[in-house]
Design a protein around this ligand. Structure first.
Ligand SMILES: *Cc1c(COP(=O)(O)O)cnc(C)c1O
Length: 494
């Protein structure tokens, strides 16, 4: 199986190891598989009898054909072990008659980014060997919170890789900051910058684009690589849990083989829901894909009108991982429904005018699979309260957006098919907002919110967040945004 760019009509193809190492295609497009492998009835029956790591190795093997079965199985077993995913990698919890919460946050950073970032570093480490790369990969990450920590945990102590994470000094939550400052591992570094997330991201992009930096790094035996969500190595592992959820619904007798499920996904960069679409293209019985947004509802409008328009206000919400106006992975959907030439022209419009409109035929094709709903801040808080009242279920702010969207869809359509809702973060990762939504008052402090939520709700704090206030702080350095490049070299020379 080879891969090509979403914008490339020349059909130039690369292996999986190459695209995982490279991240972004040379023309600015994203890598997509040249064809979609299929999952047959026999495959799905076989998958039902497997553990999560075995399911993952099976599905990944369909796309990463330059990795051996043994390599994938060893990596999946290490990535999705019971000690890092406590309580299972992707358990389904039933809420009411039709809704099932697919909990993707049992990993080491309590957010769904772990599902991909626990396995991708292992795939990259092998890609270095497979492509004859002799240098060490240096991963640079700019983060607004969740990705940085998940990348640090994923890349820590992985062979031939170093990682450096930049975060805005006042732009992440107390818990997120502590999670990063207390990071363990011999190959990691964390730096706060004086500036906001955009400054951090611009700084990282500048370092990537600087040919002097590349040359200096090369002389020192390094090359730059990125961990962001447009890398195919992050997307492929996300297909697995939708397949796994279908198997679990079959095993629980919630449906019979061939009967479809619906899926709702709280969406930011469109990576997670795109993985569900790929699972559908592979033949997994999925009917509707419901794209859930918060008050930044650019995607809801896109699915309604066919126009994607980022010329609009940007809001900070209590579901910050969905506060996004450019959903990069939507480009992959456009490629599959419109082809590379049209995709390239839509992306050009987006760059130049901040907007594009798909043709009626393309809109109709997208409508066959997707629809969009959103929840504003008030609806999100109300949903947190109502799922607690009705089901005794503690949902985080992102999951609540999705649960609200699923309910709106069901109320509007009367569709009673099993509805799998992706639950993307532990409620303890956003304890302060969850506490306020439930009990109508703010906790004494962000750290005290964890204990307060645990005591009042009678649930346990997610294991990665227990005792976070007592851990040794390792990284306290702060630099000017202009000093990021120097801090990279200072780290490598240490
Ligand atoms: C990243 C993230 C999302 C959004 O996922 P995308 O793949 O970017 O659409 C939703 N919820 C949480 C908690 C996240 O960390």
């Amino acid at each position: 199986m080879n891969f090509q760019s979403t914008r490339d009509t020349s059909a130039k193809k690369l292996s999986a190891a190459c695209v995982i190492k490279q991240g972004l295609a040379a023309d600015g497009g994203l890598f997509v598989p040249e064809s979609i492998p299929s999952l047959t009835k026999e495959d799905i029956e076989a998958l039902c009898g497997m553990s999560y790591p075995e399911r993952a190795a099976f599905v990944l093997g369909r796309f990463l054909t330059d990795y051996t079965k043994e390599e994938l199985l060893a990596d999946c077993r290490a990535a999705y072990s019971e000690s890092s995913f406590v309580g299972g990698a992707a358990p389904l919890v039933k809420l009411g008659d039709t809704v099932h919460s697919l909990e993707l946050w049992h990993g080491p950073t309590a957010a769904f980014k772990d599902m991909a970032l626990q396995i991708m570093p292992r795939l990259l480490s092998r890609a270095l060997v497979k492509t004859g790369e002799e240098r060490t990969a240096l991963i640079l990450v700019a983060t607004s919170g969740d990705t940085g920590k998940a990348a640090l945990e994923g890349y820590k102590d992985i062979d031939r890789i170093k990682i450096m994470v930049f975060y805005p000094v006042d732009g992440v939550s107390t818990v997120q900051k502590l999670q990063m400052q207390t990071q363990t591992g011999a190959n990691v570094n964390v730096m706060a910058i004086k500036g906001n997330f955009d400054d951090a991201q611009t700084g990282v992009k500048r370092i990537f684009a600087d040919s002097d930096v590349a040359e200096q790094l090369n002389d020192m035996g390094y090359f730059l690589s990125s961990a962001n969500s447009i890398n195919w190595g992050r997307l492929a592992p996300q297909i697995v849990y939708y397949v796994s959820a279908y198997c679990d619904l079959l095993s629980k007798g919630e449906l019979k083989y061939g009967q479809p499920m619906n899926v709702t996904v709280p969406t930011g960069n469109f990576g997670n829901i795109f993985a569900a679409y790929l699972a559908k293209l592979m033949g997994l019985p999925i009917d509707r894909l419901i794209c859930a947004s918060n008050k930044n509802n650019i995607l809801t409008d896109f699915f309604k009108t066919g126009t994607y328009d980022r010329n609009r206000d940007f809001y900070l919400t209590m579901s910050p991982s969905m506060d996004i106006l450019i959903s990069s992975n939507l480009e992959r959907l456009l490629y599959f429904v419109a082809g590379p030439a049209k995709t390239a022209s839509y992306m050009k419009d987006l760059n130049e005018k901040g907007a594009y409109t798909v043709s009626p035929e393309i809109k109709a094709e997208i409508d066959r699979h997707f629809c969009g709903y959103y929840a504003d801040e008030e609806m999100t808080a109300k949903t947190i309260r109502s799922v607690m009242e009705r089901y005794g279920y503690l949902a985080d702010t992102h999951t609540a957006v999705a649960l609200s969207a699923a309910e709106q869809y069901i109320a509007e359509t009367g569709d009673r098919k099993p509805m799998v809702v992706a639950s993307t973060a532990s409620p303890y990762k956003f304890a302060s907002d969850v506490y306020t939504a439930l009990y109508g008052e703010s906790p004494a402090s962000p750290l005290e919110a964890l204990d307060a939520l645990s005591n009042k709700s009678g649930t346990e704090i997610a294991y990665p967040l227990r005792g976070i206030g007592e851990r040794a702080v390792r990284f306290t350095d702060v630099t000017e945004a202009g000093g990021m490049k120097d801090s990279v070299f200072a780290y490598l020379k240490k």
